[in-house]
Design a protein around this ligand. Structure first.
Ligand code: ATP
Length: 254
């Protein structure tokens, strides 16, 4: 149900040796919201989402994400419905656009499917479902007409959209995007903002890190600001963006 709490963490912290990357963060995520995270370089944003998506165990803190306790193994987060993209592109350059999305359905590639088909009748059903899901995601992000190309033939913005399609192919409850608009031009960023809002309308809860403040304000329903590993402000996006402390810590330096 929209508004239900789907994740809550308290006292979340991560240190790398002497570096305290995240220092006691309390955070709730509610179903259907688009939560934006901003903050200066090195504020701990990526470290925070790595812990929330199970990629790194916290040094301290308690809580659950979609029922999975912090510190659990990464596959448990994926199984529970957490799916994400990364700051730097992790596309499979030798696979087609469609096969890149199929990877996100947790099946390796179409040729693997075809091999399995000979042996396992139920694989045929799985294949049809996965293909339908992959096509639906390509359509959703506007890449269906480029399904047969390699990622290298896509524009930068289209590559970022392909990564989102692949993350969506896992049918996530919580989609986490790490700087999805990085490197995009204004038009691409505005399209991305409306894509993200559309996902929320379809019931996907979105958490994203972003440096493009205009795009964040267009896309998010709630904004969290991190600075030196701590939440210094959160709430209604425009209110947060006009908070003097936020302007001093971050926006003023833009
Ligand atoms: P950016 O906007 O530049 O991506 P960020 O807000 O995502 O920054 P993090 O990448 O989470 O910040 O980094 C927070 C701090 O932790 C930084 O000081 C960084 O150097 C440090 N850090 C992050 N990962 C590691 C690691 N694996 N080992 C050591 N230090 C790390």
């Amino acid at each position: 149900d929209p508004g239900t709490r789907i994740a809550a963490v308290t006292g979340l912290a991560k240190s790398y040796g002497a570096v305290d990357a995240v220092r006691g963060v309390d955070l709730e995520i509610r179903s259907g919201e688009v939560l934006g995270i901003i903050g200066p370089n090195g504020a701990g944003k990526t470290t925070l989402v790595n812990m929330i998506s199970g990629l790194e165990p916290p040094t301290a803190g308690e809580g659950e994400i979609l029922g999975v306790p912090l510190g659990a193994r990464p596959h448990r987060f994926a199984q529970a419905g957490v799916s994400r993209t990364f700051q730097h592109s992790k596309l499979f350059e030798r696979l087609t656009v469609l096969d890149n999305v199929l990877v996100g359905t947790h099946v390796v590639s179409r040729s693997t499917y075809l091999r399995r088909l000979a042996w396992l009748p139920s694989a045929r059903r799985d294949e049809r479902r996965a293909l339908a899901l992959a096509w639906a995601q390509l359509e959703r992000v506007g890449l269906a007409d480029r399904a047969g190309l390699r990622p290298g033939a896509l524009s930068y913005g289209d590559r970022r959209r392909l990564e989102i399609a692949r993350a969506l192919a896992a049918h996530p409850t919580l989609l986490i995007l790490d700087e999805p608009a990085a490197g995009m031009n204004h038009v691409e960023a505005a399209e991305l903002a409306s894509l993200i809002r559309g996902l929320a309308d379809d019931g996907v809860t979105v958490l994203f890190i972003e440096h493009n403040v205009k795009m964040v304000l267009e896309a998010c329903t709630r904004l969290v600001v991190l600075d030196f590993g701590e939440v210094i402000a959160q709430g209604e996006p425009r209110e947060v963006a006009s908070d003097p402390r936020v302007i001093e810590a971050y926006l003023g330096t833009e």
